[in-house]
Design a protein around this ligand. Structure first.
Ligand SMILES: CCCCCCCCCC(=O)SCCNC(=O)CCNC(=O)[C@H](O)C(C)(C)COP(=O)(O)OP(=O)(O)OC[C@H]1O[C@@H](n2cnc3c(N)ncnc32)[C@H](O)[C@@H]1OP(=O)(O)O
Length: 210
């Protein structure tokens, strides 16, 4: 982990813990007031200098991609569980992750929208690392069984690629039972196709160099 990650990663982790405590703390009103004074002091420090827009995608000096603001994988984003992916030799992508009690939907269970967030990211990443990057065109979910909170597993594989479209399938399980199944269509957008075509044509038309 680089030096910046070592600073901002723990901040996001602190905020994940605070998110959960906001839901489950049972301290009295006076204690909540005291905690909020500390949080206000922290907010004022962090707000001293901020970006003007979203974090976006940045690159390290050695070319690695940083999606630190991403809501599913972002190192800096306390909303992200975060997910960390492992790619198998056959192209399957897996992630073991842990959902705290702040991700609750039905009582005691994972919110269905959070499962959608995770599957969107896992399936989209799978398309990308298998050579067919694109935006989510369609994501279809089947909630087969209730999804608990806590330790969970997601995985995905490319079913087929048709030109600019990757059809990816995956699921979330609690380690034993499949809870949510997903199918996604990931499409290289028209603007990206046009840019790639323009770049290819510029290379073809460039005068030969001696
Ligand atoms: C390391 C990086 C990892 C990245 C992981 C990312 C995970 C997260 C991904 C997201 O959350 S992305 C955010 C959610 N998605 C969007 O906001 C996408 C918004 N929609 C669009 O940008 C465009 O509608 C889209 C890129 C999906 C398609 O626009 P195009 O102008 O490229 O479509 P076009 O009309 O040229 O159609 C191209 C083909 O796709 C098909 N198509 C278009 N829209 C579709 C759709 N929505 N679903 C399925 N197929 C679709 C269309 O029928 C056609 O098929 P054929 O070539 O077979 O004729």
């Amino acid at each position: 982990m680089d030096a910046e990650a070592a600073v901002v990663g723990p901040l996001a982790e602190d905020l994940r813990v605070l998110n959960e405590l906001s839901v489950v703390s049972e301290v009295d009103a006076d204690a909540v007031g005291r905690a909020r004074e500390h949080l206000e002091a922290a907010r004022a420090i962090l707000a001293e200098k901020t970006l003007d827009g979203p974090y976006g995608v940045r690159f390290t000096a050695d070319g690695r991609q940083r999606s630190w603001g991403n809501a599913a994988v972002g190192l800096r984003n306390p909303i992200a569980p975060p997910l960390e992916f492992v790619k198998d030799d056959d192209g399957t992508v897996r992630a073991d992750y842990f959902l705290r009690r702040g991700y609750e939907g039905p009582p005691g269970l994972t919110h269905g929208g959070i499962s959608a967030l995770i599957l969107d990211q896992v399936l989209g990443y799978t398309a990308t690392v298998n050579g067919c990057p694109g935006m989510t065109g369609t994501l279809t979910l089947r909630y087969r069984n209730p999804t608990p909170l806590g330790a969970l597993h997601a995985e995905a594989r490319v079913d087929r690629i048709e030109g600019i479209k990757a059809f990816v399938v995956g699921h979330i399980s609690d380690g034993e039972t499949v809870c949510v199944e997903a199918e996604g269509v990931f499409i290289l957008p028209r603007w990206a196709r046009e840019r790639m075509a323009a770049e290819a044509s510029a290379v073809t038309e460039a005068p030969a160099q001696d």
